[in-house]
Ligand binder design. Structure first.
Ligand SMILES: Cc1ncc(COP(=O)(O)O)c(C=O)c1O
Length: 389
């Protein structure tokens, strides 16, 4: 059997395709299944891409990114994330997805164990499996606000454990790991000589007092750590496919350079020139405006869940997902299909894991346009108030 035969194509992708077909057939649909920011790319980025094209910056570039972008990101990592790194520690990838792929391929040997949260955005887990790892899920529970707890991680450590994977702010729960817990996770990794892979794709999607801390900033001299970042959410550049990872581990970076050469051999050159401007000149006010809009959308969703008892939401201060517990006794897959039948996109918990916490939940994304949330949330409220199975 080929390794890829054990990897799914992504259940959310299947749901999305069904909804798109329904839309083509004339049905009104609400795109709550997908985490794609509705905002346009900032004009500074657009003009930098156009200028790069006009200046014919269209030739082969170094496989781990143009030096100017790696420099700009090293500055961002030092100042914003408080991770003390040099440009030579940063590699540019085709989105965070590709960064995770490269990271796991560079670390994992067949049969290694990777500890992951459950629920979790599936691709982060499947990229570990694709590299030959066995993933061990730690159930994130509503009663503890979905915090990924060091004490639970510790219980799962075996002789085969190679990596602790974490994602904060988290997809799908929107939970932020508190700094005290991050410190405990960091200590655990150091004590057991484990790798940390930290997916920080939602580092900038914060509202309602939510803050972000990079775990690497807490253990600045520990080398077995890879921090992964994305342009997709922070700068609404999902289709432009820019991500990056940073590590000070020499062997890891040597291996990564080889894999980058053998996979993408450097991502699209003009996109990289645009990406420099996203980190250098994007006004903070623009990002604040996006976050204010996400907060508005979240609250519209929360209002729509009043007066019904089918869904109990966790109130996130980050990312753009509303993770809801489904009333005991209801079949979540059927609920998901019934919602989709009404044009209300969603992702059932089985897309994100195998524990009860995952399976008895559903995710609604609020990254689509506010007007779509206004209308869709109204439909959702009517649907839930009348729902019977
Ligand atoms: C936690 C997490 N990491 C990474 C990604 C992928 O980001 P990119 O578009 O940069 O590949 C996503 C996308 O949804 C995500 O939710």
């Amino acid at each position: 059997m080929n390794r890829l035969d054990n990897i799914s194509l992504g259940k959310i992708v299947v749901i999305r395709e069904k909804l798109m077909q329904a839309q083509k057939d004339g049905q009104k649909i609400y795109r709550f299944e997908s985490g794609d920011p509705s905002f346009d790319v900032h004009p500074n980025v657009k003009s930098a891409v156009i200028k790069a094209l006009e200046a014919n910056k269209t030739h082969y570039i170094p496989n781990n990114g143009i030096p100017e972008l790696r420099e700009a990101l090293a500055t961002k990592l030092n100042t914003q994330n408080k991770i003390p790194v040099k440009a030579s520690h940063v590699s540019i990838t085709n989105g965070a997805m590709h960064a995770l792929y490269v990271t796991y391929q560079c670390i994992i040997e067949e049969g290694d164990e990777v500890i992951v949260p459950d629920p979790m955005w599936t691709e982060a887990v499947e990229n570990a499996r694709l590299a030959g790892a066995k993933t061990i899920g730690i159930e994130l529970k509503p009663e503890t606000n979905y915090v990924y707890a060091a004490a639970e991680i510790e219980k799962a450590i075996t002789k085969k454990t190679k990596v602790i994977f974490l994602n904060s702010p988290q997809n799908p729960t929107g939970a932020i790991i508190p700094v005290e817990e991050l410190k405990k996770i960091a200590d655990l990794a150091v004590k057991n000589n484990l790798w940390i892979v930290s997916d920080e794709a939602y580092e900038h999607i914060l509202f309602d007092g939510g803050t972000h801390t990079s775990i690497a900033s807490l253990i600045p001299t520990y080398e077995k750590i890879v921090s992964v970042f994305s342009y997709s959410k922070s700068y609404a550049m999902s289709g432009m496919r820019v991500g990056y990872f940073v590590s000070t581990h020499q062997l890891f970076n040597d291996r990564a350079a080889k894999l980058l050469r053998c996979t993408v051999n450097g991502i699209n050159s003009v996109t990289q020139w645009g990406a420099i401007h996203a980190v250098k000149d994007t006004p903070q006010s623009w990002m604040d405006e996006m976050n204010a809009e996400y907060l508005k959308r979240r609250n519209l969703f929360l209002d729509s869940l009043k007066g019904q008892d089918i869904l109990t939401p966790y109130v996130p201060k980050a990312a753009f997902y509303l993770w809801c517990r489904v009333k005991e006794g209801l079949d979540v897959e059927k609920l998901s299909e019934d919602l989709a039948q009404k044009g209300i996109g969603n992702a059932p918990g089985s897309c994100f894991g195998e524990t009860k916490s995952s399976l008895q939940s559903i995710r609604l994304a609020f990254s689509c346009e506010t007007q779509m949330i206004v209308e869709g949330a109204r439909e959702l409220n009517i649907f839930l108030k009348n729902y019977k199975q």
